[in-house]
Write a new protein. Structure first.
Ligand SMILES: [Zn+2]
Length: 240
């Protein structure tokens, strides 16, 4: 299968899509992490204030290592702020760390987005509930299912390959169920930052950061769908 020309095409296309999305999110983030949001709070105080304003004072805030690792944990009701976002709050416009300085546009957008997820969770957002419900099936689908497809095709056990394909379909559905959740959280985030007086160029910057992040989820859904179609072709389409 490694020498299957269609497989090479799939590999190149999916790498191009995910690579482009990853590059875009990093470059947009980097640009707007150098611009002051005008909000005179650090990342943790900003997150606390936004959460409290939304009636989410029960949500805890924790630091988490890495870049673009910020997330909201619906099980633990914890908003985790990446060290990148937390540190970005201490950058002056020259890129030099200063004490008591302010939140960047990028950091404010990311935190507001995660508060958007906390609000979705609290409101019982149906898209978020659906996504949470698919998690176990999606984990099976992205972990074991591709191996079942490949083993089924090689050993010519069509039933096994089809079980794998159905499992992988759950992973594809998960990536698509993620889209309304992510876009919804970004919509809430934009409303938060507008309400805090981030207007004009800063508002455009927050929108650009959130849009770039959304494209990574679109890229994930597209590549999952293309991979699914390739597996389906392996099982049903190839006659040799
Ligand atoms: Zn998100």
């Amino acid at each position: 299968m490694l020498f299957d020309p269609l497989y090479i095409v799939l590999l190149v296309v999916t790498l191009a899509i995910t690579g482009w999305a990853a590059w875009r999110v990093r470059s947009t983030y980097s640009k707007w992490s150098k611009v002051d949001s005008g909000i005179n709070l650090d990342a943790f105080d900003f997150a606390r204030r936004l959460l409290d304003r939304q009636g989410l004072s029960h949500v805890k805030i924790e630091p988490t290592p890495g870049q673009l690792t910020d997330h909201y944990d619906p099980r633990g009701k914890i908003l985790r702020v990446s060290t990148q976002v937390a540190d970005a709050t201490a950058l002056s416009t020259s890129g030099v760390a200063t004490t008591g300085s302010r939140l960047s546009v990028a950091a404010a957008a990311v935190i507001a987005h995660e508060v958007g997820h906390a609000l979705q969770d609290h409101a019982g957002d149906p898209a978020m509930k659906l996504r949470q419900a698919i998690v176990p099936a999606a984990q099976f689908g992205s972990g074991i299912a591709p191996w079942l497809v490949i083993a089924g095709v090689f050993l010519q056990i069509t039933g096994l390959a089809i079980v794998g394909l159905i499992g992988f379909a759950a992973a594809v559905v998960f990536t698509f169920a993620t889209l309304p959740v992510e876009i919804g959280a970004s919509g809430k985030a934009l409303a938060f930052v507008n309400g805090l007086g981030m207007v004009g160029e800063r508002q455009d910057g927050a929108r650009a950061v959130l849009k770039a992040a959304a494209w990574t989820y679109v890229a994930g859904a597209l590549t999952a769908l293309l991979t699914f179609l390739y597996y389906a072709w392996l099982i049903f389409g190839r006659r040799d």
